[in-house]
Design a protein around this ligand. Structure first.
Ligand code: APR
Length: 232
């Protein structure tokens, strides 16, 4: 087994908990997004067909919020890791915010799409869009977000990267949504090291090689510092 500081191919899986301290609500915590909005109503193709106004407003509000929030210490620590030339880091994020990008990260797959992009419902054209989708466009432009029942983005690239990942770090995810919740198992099958950094234990914690609880803005920088110094 390589020394920790020698692990080169690193995959990070981030979830809503990573952005929570930036002021973006998670989904399943108390007062989370799904507490106020049944998932199928605002995050499914059926919900969009049934009530496009409700769905578009749900995402308009979240898109507007992007202008008020900023990356936190965890996003910045991850961006610093990626800058180390002896590392090959891929960020697979379940988050639809752009805080990884704003922290300086480059190698990112938004497997659930992005709030800053919209997609034409007829032509499938995708474009960056930072404003509200207006009523006149409710049916012709939709958020380029992966809704429940839709295919994740970047699946092939994700699986290609997982099979030879040496270190997998899951950050701020409840590991309740698939396939992301099982990505770590592919790494384990290929003898990679799996670490979970989350505010509280999850249903997958006991399957990880290491599971550390704490707030992302604290536990991510401190974990990475230990990694560089081989102090785990
Ligand atoms: N630091 C670290 N972890 C945190 C913090 C924090 N400050 N705050 C909350 N958490 C943890 C919670 O304990 C929880 O386990 O983050 C996790 C957030 O879980 P979810 O709200 O379920 O979010 P996520 O895992 O990203 O959901 C996955 O589900 O609904 C879909 O598409 C949606 O991408 C989302 C997917």
């Amino acid at each position: 087994m390589k020394e920790l500081h020698e692990l080169k191919k690193i995959t990070i899986l981030s979830g809503a908990g990573l952005s929570q301290e930036s002021g973006i609500k998670t989904f399943r915590d108390a007062n989370g997004l799904w507490e106020n909005h049944p998932i199928e109503e605002v995050a499914s193709p059926g919900g969009y067909q049934k009530n496009p106004e409700l769905v578009q407003n749900f995402y308009n509000l979240r898109r507007r919020q992007l202008k008020e929030v900023q990356a936190n210490a965890a996003h910045l620590a991850i961006a610093d890791l990626e800058k180390l030339e002896q590392k090959d880091v891929l960020i697979i994020t379940q988050n639809v915010d752009d805080l990884h990008e704003r922290a300086g990260s480059k190698n990112i797959i938004h497997m659930h799409g992005e709030l800053r992009k919209i997609r034409n419902t007829k032509t499938n054209e995708i474009k960056y869009w930072e404003e509200d989708i207006l009523e006149k466009d409710y049916l012709s432009w939709r958020p380029d977000i992966v809704w429940f029942g839709e295919e994740i983005k970047g699946a092939q690239r994700i699986y290609q990267h997982l099979v030879d990942t040496e270190l997998f770090i899951a950050i701020g995810t409840s590991s309740q949504v698939y396939p992301a919740a099982q990505f770590f198992q592919i790494v384990k099958e290929n003898h990679g090291l799996c670490v979970e950094l989350n505010l509280e234990p999850t249903q997958m914690s006991s399957y990880y090689d290491l599971s550390i609880q704490g707030k992302a803005s604290e536990v991510v920088p401190s974990f990475l510092k230990k990694l560089y110094a081989d102090e785990l």
